[in-house]
Design a protein around this ligand. Structure first.
Ligand code: SF4
Length: 484
């Protein structure tokens, strides 16, 4: 039986901070065009707001480099006057998520007045060898102002450009020295570049619009400005953008890839296409597979909005149980701050998500979401559904249990925070108050994504990482030479 409901008309773009969820760090954009750069950049950044809501920034070039960055959402940081002042034909932009208290100086793009000229860098990812690299560079006499990974990049670039003024060679040296996940956009004296790490951990795509080219973290940023998706930037590839062409060059070889599976499961917008795979279709297939792996007798399937929608739709298709909108989201609630008491934590969740009594009362409900980190939010939502009259609540999750930290750019840093790290699935089900709980298996998810397992990063669900991480098991890489 096909689902009686459809979520096609809803956007899965979730611009709000959502606690007890993995948190992405950053979206990047680069544009080269003949005409109005700042409007294109502004809307592209807004389309990437879900990747970071702490700070936003833009650096443009028109005879000289100009910048505006600050704490806040894109539309809070940029005024009309800013966009006029930033007028130019080349630029890069950034939306920022921070695990620390927001500091204006952490906003990106990072800029440096170097000997070779003006450098601006926007980064999505984490350089895992940054502390050692910065230490080593300091011992060699490099002067840092922030000791950040972006500054290390800028100083290496400056050094290499001084030696031979060859950007291709310089970025190859950068790629050799920086180990980690990165999608960078870069501006050097008004020339605009983008580059992706050799494993392709973070997404990055190229689009063309009337009068220019754009690179962005997700295709959602291309769609909004009317750009056509040309292709993904390949792992280990850098490109230079011009208003009428792009030039590509290789900065690193890699024998395999390690795309972060969570991009499809949760982080990316449902309307994005990442590495040629529609995020929406991926979620739908995961939900379908979840229904086959964990069938249940129930009356209605509902999603936790917005993150569980694609999975719930797939679950409904796979199970034949009708789909309904059983939880309403208050779109006007923005930030949720850390709440000092359980009462306030519960209120803050109900403030954002409220059950539709008419849908759940007297019914056996299947509640579908993408992931569980601590389980605290899920527990409250299950209770809210029971209070609204649900006679049974069965929870189904579109990712395997998260058991290990992410060292590659997602804010999941300690094992203690994961409920699945210290409880069996049936005990997690009890802890969240569900009648039953089912997670998709790793095999099931890999099959649903239709990407070979060896080309995915599954570090947080397997404890095996695609890069050497101190104290952790490495998946299959033995030496850093594999990146030569
Ligand atoms: S560890 Fe998990 S969240 Fe981090 S990059 Fe790998 S798959 Fe993504």
């Amino acid at each position: 039986m096909l689902p009686t409901g459809s979520y096609e008309e809803f956007s899965d773009d979730d611009p709000y901070f959502n606690d007890d969820k993995p948190k992405e760090k950053c979206g990047v954009v680069a544009i080269a065009c003949k005409g109005d750069l700042t409007s294109h950049m502004y809307y592209a950044l807004r389309a990437l707001q879900h990747r970071g809501q702490e700070a936003s920034g833009m650096v443009t070039f028109d005879k000289r480099q100009k910048m505006k960055k600050g704490i806040g959402l894109v539309d809070q940081v940029f005024s009309e006057a800013d966009l006029k002042r930033l007028k130019g034909n080349m630029g890069i932009g950034h939306t920022y998520y921070s695990i620390k208290v927001s500091q204006p100086e952490n906003a990106q793009p990072f800029t440096l007045k170097a000997e070779v000229g003006d450098i601006a860098i926007a980064h999505n990812g984490i350089i895992v060898n940054a502390p050692e690299l910065v230490k080593e560079m300091k011992s060699q006499g490099y002067m840092f102002t922030k000791s950040s990974e972006e500054e290390a990049f800028a100083l290496i670039l400056n050094d290499e450009m001084k030696k031979n003024n060859d950007i291709e060679k310089a970025l190859q040296v950068v790629a050799k020295k920086l180990i980690g996940s990165y999608s960078f956009t870069l501006m050097l004296n008004g020339r605009v570049f983008a580059m992706r790490d050799p494993l392709g951990l973070k997404p990055l795509c190229l689009g063309q619009f009337d009068g220019g080219y754009i690179v962005a973290s997700e295709t959602g940023a291309l769609d909004v400005i009317g750009a056509k998706l040309i292709r993904d930037i390949q792992p280990g590839e850098a490109i230079e953008l011009f208003h009428d062409k792009v030039e590509s060059f290789k900065i690193a070889n890699s024998k395999r890839r390690a795309h972060c599976f969570f991009e499809w499961v949760y982080f990316a917008r449902a309307d994005s296409i990442i590495d040629r795979l529609s995020v929406y279709h991926a979620r739908k297939r995961i939900g379908w597979r979840l229904a086959k792996e964990h069938p249940v007798d129930a009356d209605v399937v509902i999603a936790i909005p917005d993150s569980g929608r694609g999975h719930a739709y797939g679950f409904s298709m796979g199970s034949g149980i009708k789909l309904s909108e059983g939880i309403m989201k208050n779109r006007y609630v923005q930030r949720t701050f850390i709440m000092p008491s359980q009462f306030l934590r519960d209120v803050s969740i109900k403030d954002k998500l409220n059950p539709v009594k008419a849908v759940v009362e007297g019914r056996r409900v299947v509640l579908v979401d993408d992931s569980i980190v601590r389980g605290t939010t899920m527990k409250t939502i299950v209770q809210i559904l029971r209070n609204a009259g649900a006679v049974e609540v069965h929870v189904r999750i579109g990712s395997p249990p998260i058991i290990a930290p992410c060292y590659l750019g997602i804010d999941m840093t300690t094992r203690d925070q994961f409920i699945a790290n210290h409880k069996e699935v049936k005990d997690i089900g009890k802890a969240i108050g569900a009648d039953s709980l089912g997670y998709i298996s790793i095999d099931g998810m890999v099959e649903a994504l239709q990407i070979e397992q060896e080309n995915l990063c599954l570090g947080c669900v397997t404890s095996e990482y695609p890069l050497p991480i101190t104290g952790e098991r490495e998946r299959d890489q033995h030496t850093l030479d594999m990146f030569d």
